[in-house]
Design a protein around this ligand. Structure first.
Ligand SMILES: [Fe+2]
Length: 179
């Protein structure tokens, strides 16, 4: 289950109902998949071949198609990141830059953990959403955010796109963001 940390106040929000209410208010879609559906041999595997990625997409096919039907996604894929990913430190540096996209950024976390940092409304400011397996989140289009790994530095996620060009990152310099 996802947890929230509001950066300005260090307030933590936990528990499904509280997290959902907070994210609803910030217009961030939050849903849940049953991550235990993932075949056992893939549950702790962060380096994947094409066949294993196809197995993951097949495992969550109904959930993916349901989201696609509701929200217009046309294509989807699987990404895996871990210390085994070539140039992981450089990649993370690139990730940790506030940006926006012209379409929403949706991720279904299949295993591992990750964190979205998102700019909320005026009263809230930036907040972290710490994600674990089963969490599905969509950062709305044109909302400042970035994504990074957590201490375990391992994640597998399904990404969905309306069109791949919609997901180009437009970097934003925001003095309101303090690391
Ligand atoms: Fe993004």
């Amino acid at each position: 289950m996802a947890e929230i940390r509001v950066r300005n106040t260090n307030e933590r929000i936990t528990g499904e109902a509280n997290v959902r209410a907070f994210l609803d208010k910030q217009e961030v879609l939050y849903e849940h998949w049953d991550a235990s559906k993932l075949p056992a041999e893939l549950q702790d595997k962060f380096v994947l071949n094409d066949e294993e990625k196809a197995t993951i997409l097949a495992t969550f096919d109904a959930e993916i198609r349901d989201l696609a039907a509701r929200r217009g996604y046309q294509i989807w894929d699987v990404i895996s990141l871990s210390d085994a990913t070539p140039n992981i430190d450089e990649l993370l540096k690139k990730f940790e830059q506030i940006h926006t996209h012209t379409e929403d950024e949706i991720r279904g976390i299949v295993s591992g953990r990750g964190i979205f940092i998102i700019k909320g409304d005026e009263d809230t400011g930036y907040f972290d959403v710490e994600l674990e397996a089963g969490d599905v989140i969509s950062v709305p289009e044109n909302k400042n955010h970035f994504f990074t790994l957590m201490d375990n530095r391992e994640i597998i996620a399904v990404r969905l796109f309306i069109e791949k060009d919609g997901w180009i990152a437009h970097n934003v310099e925001d003095p309101a963001f303090a690391k």
